[in-house]
Ligand binder design. Sequence first.
Ligand code: FES
Length: 156
Amino acid sequence: MADYVPVENLDVVKEIVAAHKDVPGCLMGILQETQEKYGYLPLELQSTIADELQIPLTEVYGVATFYSQFTLKPKGKFKIGVCLGTACYVRGSQDILDKVNGQLGIATGETTEDGKFSVDATRCVGACGLAPVMMINEEVFGRLVPGDVADILAKY
Ligand code: FES
């Protein structure tokens, strides 16, 4: 997994803004690229983007909080995504998600305190034949039953 740029390093976000700032409607792209580099979009980065674009922070914050693809909190080293797409859902992926949350003691969208795992519900990840599906970073686990979860998590 790629290492993220630490939030203290604001040079990278400034470069991203500089590369896009002349394009109308560039804010989405800037936020996407910034999140790719830093892993999340804390207020510090948002306010740097606002300053560099000379727009109000509220505008940046509004976009960053409106779209579910953006996260304001750091994700875990291992990002768990349980698919709640239709094929997975009808095969019980909600039970898998509940099991993961229970096992880690966090709710969907949260990160464990040690920063190791974060859990999200995802849309179809294109592996419906393996439903119900869970991903951990790039690795796909399919045809799951809740009883599989503990063993899988123990490998990480
Ligand atoms: S619905 Fe889960 S992989 Fe398609």
